[in-house]
Write a protein that binds this ligand. Structure first.
Ligand SMILES: *[C@@H]1O[C@H](CO)[C@@H](O)[C@H](O)[C@H]1NC(C)=O
Ligand SMILES: *[C@@H]1O[C@H](CO)[C@@H](O)[C@H](O)[C@H]1NC(C)=O
Ligand SMILES: *[C@@H]1O[C@H](CO)[C@@H](O)[C@H](O)[C@H]1NC(C)=O
Length: 148
């Protein structure tokens, strides 16, 4: 019985929540995918380090949640970079839909992972996050409806 109660009392000390970037995942490499884009490959190495250190334990009970957000809607800020991004979306994707997410949604998910660290949804879990799938024309239409 003592064993059982000890098990029930044992809880991870804390959950590390890392917001990284969606690079997809596949059957051979899972989420541990390298990437040719240097800034995203850096994130791959940070993720790999986090997984390894937590698997090694280092004497501390601890878990992780890695979040992989898709294209951030904050890229469409009302400035030069925002206009450049909108132009890129329109001309490069040519009507194909883009998976997008609002920073608030990433924050909400991260907060849940911090508040409920032992849930199988979050403990040593990796999840890519998207809030919507939009073509440029759909986004442009919504933008004009809401702001003009
Ligand atoms: C999985 O993704 C990696 C990295 O992009 C790639 O090298 C590999 O060929 C992919 N494997 C499969 C089975 O798609
Ligand atoms: C994950 O990727 C890192 C860095 O590329 C590599 O060192 C590590 O062996 C990989 N881990 C697994 C489990 O494939
Ligand atoms: C966005 O929508 C507005 C309103 O319908 C339209 O006038 C404008 O040409 C559209 N912009 C682009 C780049 O398609």
């Amino acid at each position: 019985m003592r064993h059982v109660s000890l098990m029930l009392l044992w809880k991870p000390a804390f959950n590390i929540v890392l917001s990284s970037v969606d690079r997809g995942h596949n059957s051979t490499e899972g989420f541990n995918r390298s990437c040719r884009v240097p800034v995203w490959n850096t994130k791959h190495h940070i993720e790999a380090h986090l997984r390894q250190r937590i698997a090694a334990g280092d004497g501390k009970p601890c878990t992780y949640t890695i979040i992989g957000p898709v294209f951030s809607l904050d890229n469409l800020a009302p400035n030069f970079f925002g206009r450049l991004t909108a132009t890129w979306w329109d001309s490069f994707l040519q009507g194909k839909p883009l998976r997008v997410i609002d920073t608030m949604d990433v924050g909400n998910f991260a907060a849940q992972a911090l508040l409920d660290p032992t849930s199988p949804r979050f403990a040593n879990a990796e999840v890519n996050l998207a809030g919507d799938v939009l073509t440029f024309d759909q986004a442009n239409k919504t933008f004009y409806q809401r702001s003009c």
